[in-house]
Design a protein around this ligand. Structure first.
Ligand code: ADP
Length: 664
């Protein structure tokens, strides 16, 4: 299965985009995390500070009660009227309670028994010394703080306070389980101070307080001081609450119907942390019907027991909205960054991949056989170096290729030369073989002919002797004299044939000497002119001057040349042109003698046979002239060749070496 192609451009893009994507993802995660934690932490920090401010407001309110009680208790008039007329005591305390907006105000004797209770003048004489603030006041201290008046004790504080303290407990999810349906205990800010006589003895005490149940002025004050009416989506952002135990007794947190959420309760988790373990709660929390960034701290009673909690909180929504908006902005910036990054990556990848593609194309063209391929890469980097290397390699390749082609051509020429040489040698071999065969044949024929001639010679001598005797015995003009003459003539002819046969058999040994070819030819011609009529025949002589002499038997060579000239004259008949040429034969040390005629020529089929003994086309021919000549010439180390065309003429060339290398 072919592997899937993965182009370099895509690889480069991925290689650039992946780090960018990872960096952007990390940036985004880090950014979102920082935004989240920073905003949440800042919000939490603010709420923690808000709680501090709220505590200050709460303590300031406690301080206010304490100051009222302290100043009143220390006034000399108070000591004067404490154990005196109740009217005078009421005349002092009642207006004070009203102006200082105290819910509880009472005068006590030195044992803690109530002398006068402004909020319920009918109830007096009860012992309050179990109240730790009063107990400490009776010992001379000024004590102030939070105190929870139990439900059963509330009755003595008068109807109005009982009514204000009563809060129906509303069902609240996540709150700790309870069977109670109504809270009747009252949570108060109280202060107690001793009243001393002129001698400084403690003669009683004053105790004042503010009931916090259903009293929202303190929480509203906290809210207005801390949050200054900041709103989000028409809703107050900040809120404050005072809890009695886990019950909201004063709050500006609203229910879904828009009323204050008094009577709803704290979640069990927060209750356990704050009330049971006396720890702060600084975290987000679901308050009534929404998520808030919250801070809770326990409210301790004057004897150090946690009796409730102080809460401040801010709606989480505005922070979530800020978080969301900032997150969106941040994501947008990163997205734009990512798009720019990817675009730049794509651009860079394309730029980087282009020269690679260029190189690939060039390599493919070279592989397809194109040669003058130059790769042009303009980038100034390693790819440009690679392209230059490629170009150089290609140039070197071209040079090497042309060198190989030249070598090939040279090799082919050499092969052709060698083949031609070989063919020449072959031809020479064939010729040599043919000549060898011919020589063997001639030798066999010559031997036979010599034997026959020798055997015939003796009887012929007898016939010749007897024929001469007959000639002498039969006078001229007598009967039978013609027949006797004919016998005598034919005997002569037989003798000539036998002579030729003997010459053919080369029984005669060569007499080596110096042969001047030009002179020899002249002598032959002079002799022939006397013997044969040459009236219609023109003779052309082309002798080369200063031709060197050849080594050889001049009689035998004379016989060869005479034979050739006579054959030529016979072939021409009445008229024609006889050409006789001599010259050096090529570069070799040889002399060539050429005898050409314009006679009948030799038929193509006869040409291979003319040097064979007894081949003749003439009526009186013996067919021995050329075969004898052939034998003589070869005996001298020379060659005899013929060129002829029937009807046009023939040309015989005898080539003789200046020196015979092998002498037999
Ligand atoms: P002969 O002359 O007795 O026939 P040769 O051996 O001299 O014997 O010649 C053999 C044959 O070669 C001749 O019969 C002739 O047919 C042919 N021949 C030789 N020389 C010539 C020539 N110059 N022109 C034409 N034919 C020739």
């Amino acid at each position: 299965m072919p592997q899937k192609r993965f182009p370099i451009k895509r690889k480069l893009t991925i290689a650039i985009v992946i780090p960018i994507a990872i960096a952007i993802l990390i940036c985004w995660l880090a950014g979102v995390f920082i935004l989240n934690t920073k905003i949440v932490r800042q919000a939490q920090e603010k709420v923690r500070n808000d709680l501090n401010a709220a505590r200050e407001v709460y303590l300031h309110e406690v301080g206010h009660v304490r100051d009222v009680v302290r100043f009143t208790a220390s006034a000399p008039y108070t000591a004067a009227v404490l154990h005196g007329d109740r009217k005078a005591l009421a005349g002092m305390l009642v207006p004070l309670r009203q102006t200082e907006q105290l819910d509880l105000f009472m005068a006590l004797d030195a044992q803690g028994n109530v002398l006068y209770r402004v909020n319920n003048p009918g109830a007096a004489g009860d012992d309050t010394s179990r109240n730790p603030a009063i107990a400490r006041a009776l010992k001379g201290e000024i004590a102030a703080g939070t105190w929870v008046v139990p439900a059963e004790a509330m009755a003595t504080e008068g109807k109005q306070l009982v009514g204000q303290a009563a809060i129906p407990i509303l069902p609240t999810p996540h709150a700790r389980p309870t069977t109670e349906t109504m809270e009747r205990a009252g949570m108060m800010l109280i202060a107690a101070a001793p009243v001393r006589d002129g001698a400084g003895r403690i003669i009683g005490a004053l105790c004042g307080g503010i009931l916090l149940n259903n009293n929202n002025s303190l929480v509203d004050k906290i809210k207005s001081i801390v949050y200054e009416g900041v709103k989000a989506d028409g809703k107050d952002v900040g809120s404050a609450t005072i809890f009695l135990g886990d019950l909201r007794i004063a709050t500006n947190v609203l229910t879904s119907t828009g009323s204050r959420a008094i009577g709803t309760r704290l979640s069990e988790e927060v209750y356990n942390r704050v009330i049971i373990h006396k720890e702060k709660w600084l975290d987000r929390a679901f308050v009534v019907n929404d998520w808030y960034v919250t801070a809770y701290e326990p409210i301790l009673s004057v004897d150090g027991v946690p009796v409730g909690a102080l809460y401040v909180g801010m709606l989480e929504k505005p922070f979530t909205a800020i978080k969301f908006r900032l997150g969106l902005l941040f994501s947008g910036i990163l997205l734009v960054g990512a798009i720019i990054g990817i675009a730049v990556a794509g651009f860079l990848a394309t730029r980087l991949a282009r020269p690679v593609r260029e190189l690939e194309n060039a390599a493919r063209r070279v592989a397809a056989g194109e040669r003058d391929v130059q790769c042009r890469v303009s980038s100034r980097d390693e790819l440009a170096d690679l392209a230059e290397e490629f170009n150089q390699m290609n140039r070197a390749l071209m040079q090497r290729e042309s060198h190989i082609t030249e070598l090939n051509r040279g090799l082919e020429d050499k092969v052709r030369e060698r083949t031609a040489e070989l063919e020449d040698k072959n031809r020479l071999l064939v010729k040599t073989r043919e000549e060898l065969l011919r020589k063997e044949k001639l030798a066999a024929i010559g031997e036979l002919a010599a034997g026959v001639a020798h055997e015939i010679n003796n009887p012929l001598a007898i016939i010749r002797g007897n024929a001469e005797l007959l000639q002498m015995s039969v006078p001229k003009g007598a009967d039978n004299r013609d027949e006797v003459d004919t016998i005598y003539q034919q005997v002569g002819r037989i003798e000539r044939i036998i002579g030729n046969l003997l010459r053919f058999a080369r029984r005669e040994k060569k007499q080596l000497g110096q042969v001047d070819s030009n002179r020899l030819l002249e002598e032959i011609l002079a002799q022939i002119v006397h013997q044969v009529p040459l009236s219609g025949i023109r003779i052309m002589k082309e002798y080369e001057a200063g031709l060197p002499v050849v080594e050889g038997d001049s009689d035998q060579i004379r016989q060869v040349l005479t034979n050739l000239v006579l054959n030529a004259i016979q072939a021409m008949g009445q008229e024609g042109m006889l050409t006789i040429k001599t010259r050096m034969d090529g570069a070799e040390d040889r002399v060539a003698i050429i005898i050409a005629d314009t006679g009948a020529g030799i038929k193509a089929e006869d040409l291979p046979q003319i040097f064979n003994p007894f081949f003749t086309t003439k009526a009186n021919g013996t067919g021995l002239g050329l075969s004898v000549s052939y034998g003589i010439v070869h005996d001298h180390g020379g060659t005899i060749e013929v060129e002829s065309e029937a009807g046009k003429g023939s040309s015989f060339k005898v080539s003789l070496p200046l020196k015979i290398s092998c002498k037999f």
